[in-house]
Write a protein that binds this ligand. Structure first.
Ligand code: GLN
Length: 229
């Protein structure tokens, strides 16, 4: 327990993802990404001191629950199951999942064509849950690091990857050039928010700060920087 430590002077531990481009990722010993910069603005507005703790998503969920970190800012999708364990801030990013397959794959054109197929994605992600629920799917392989799933697709040991659309776009331009394509429409509309332990005392201030950075144009500037406006 952190009694005796007021919210204003406690340094919060904020869990981020080590490989969730372009939202949060570690590169050359630095933490980078849209959410890293957005959180910097939000925390300044909310007058919260923090340090970033990069980890994989499979560890993040546990880290928030156990109190190893106070918050997670890691493209965490708001959903009902997670609301049993966590509290979410107001959402700050609208997105969804997409299907990625090899450029020369003529069979897979939508989710209905994934029956009998092997799909790779990240363990602990909403994409993993979504893929597991697809009718007739042969196998869902989960990896702690999404780059492994992309590698399996590139060497054709799986038929497709299902994952968050912006991360998939990033891979298409950084590693997947000419080798992969997105098929079908955006699945499972999702939104990202800050995650905290239940009864966290920070969410109210964070929500106020999110409102402010949207209103004062900071959000728009960061969005344009990372997603091209
Ligand atoms: N948005 C996905 C989820 O919440 C993936 C997030 C991530 O990989 N950091 O499960």
């Amino acid at each position: 327990v952190t009694e005796g430590c007021t919210a204003a002077n406690k340094t919060l531990k904020v869990g981020i993802e080590s490989n969730f481009r372009p939202f949060t990722y570690s590169e050359g010993g630095e933490n980078k990404g849209f959410e890293v910069e957005l959180w910097k603005a939000i925390s300044k507005e909310a007058n919260l001191k923090y340090e970033l703790v990069p980890m994989q998503q499979s560890e993040l969920n546990k880290a928030v629950q156990s109190g190893k970190v106070d918050l997670a800012v890691a493209g965490m999708t708001v959903n009902k199951a997670r609301k049993d364990n966590f509290v979410f801030s107001d959402p700050y990013f609208q997105t969804g999942l997409v299907i990625l397959t090899n450029s020369d794959n003529g069979q897979i054109k939508s989710k209905d064509d994934l029956a009998g197929k092997v799909v790779a994605t990240k363990i602990g992600s909403t994409a993993y849950t979504y893929a597991s629920g697809l009718t007739g799917i042969k196998e869902v392989r989960g990896y702690p690091d999404i780059s492994e799933a992309y590698d399996k697709l590139k060497n054709k040991s799986v038929d497709a990857v299902i994952f968050d659309e912006r991360n998939v776009h990033d891979f298409q331009q950084n590693g997947g050039e000419g080798k992969v394509k997105i098929v079908g429409e955006t699945l499972n509309k999702e939104s990202y928010a800050v995650v905290a332990k239940k009864r966290s005392k920070y969410i109210g201030r964070i929500n106020q700060a999110i409102g402010k950075v949207v209103k004062d144009g900071t959000y728009e500037t960061l969005y344009a920087k990372w997603f091209g406006g």
